[in-house]
Design a protein around this ligand. Structure first.
Ligand SMILES: O=C([C@H](O)CO)[C@H](O)[C@H](O)COP(=O)(O)O
Length: 210
């Protein structure tokens, strides 16, 4: 099980400061969608240049022109690029093909996918690297989470790794760990803490103990 830190509400210098604090306790750093919208792929490049030993995920949430977008993110230094599960099969295939060419990985974000089980089965047969259940900020605000959805995809996915994102905190991490995803993605649960290093360290310890 790996831990990914999601950085969403920061600019490039702030992102670098946060990663400096927690780098020894995380496996992957995510340049979140709001950061990419605000700063462009420069943010991916800046973080990869500053932390060449960390894997960097570019949360582009691609919906179209997938091969091109994956190529651009790869060029900026991303190791993993996200695409939406709701995208056309042609887009998923384009993303997977380009990622393979570049030696990169594709994470499919299942946010807003209604037939989770059916779509996860289809995606699993398309060669994607990760399938991620995700409760975004807007549904987190309604009190939702993705814990049951994780069990749903775990029961049908056999090739891809499974991942979960959306509002995971120290208190809810044990519930997530019980289902044994391959990747746990945490944003505010770390970045919202006064002592980010301690939060990341504790989460890493819990994840490693499995
Ligand atoms: O993908 C995300 C969201 O859509 C905003 O871009 C977040 O990175 C993801 O939800 C993890 O962040 P937290 O919910 O704060 O843990």
């Amino acid at each position: 099980m790996e831990l990914q830190l999601a950085l969403d509400l920061v600019n490039i210098p702030e992102a670098i400061e946060v990663v400096k604090e927690v780098e020894e306790h995380i496996d992957i750093v995510e340049i979140g969608t709001p950061v990419v919208i605000n700063e462009g792929l420069h943010a991916v490049k800046a973080v990869k240049d500053a932390f060449p030993n960390l894997k960097v995920l570019a949360d582009l949430k691609i919906m179209d022109a997938a091969g091109y977008e994956v190529a651009q993110a790869s060029q900026a230094g991303a190791d993993i690029v996200t695409i939406l599960g709701a995208a056309e099969d042609a887009s998923i295939q384009g993303a997977v093909e380009e990622a393979k060419k570049q030696g990169k990985k594709i994470l499919v974000d299942m946010i807003a996918v209604k037939d989770l089980e059916g779509r996860a089965k289809e995606l699993d047969s398309m060669g994607v690297d990760y399938i991620c259940v995700h409760t975004g900020y807007d549904l987190q605000a309604e009190g939702k989470n993705s814990f049951e959805d994780l069990q749903t995809i775990k029961s049908v996915v056999s090739n891809a790794k499974t991942a979960i994102a959306g509002g995971i905190k120290l208190e809810t991490l044990p519930e997530v760990i019980k289902v044994q995803p391959d990747l746990v993605i945490v944003g505010g649960g770390i970045t919202g803490q006064d002592d980010k290093k301690a939060a990341a360290e504790q989460m890493q310890k819990m994840i490693q103990q499995g």
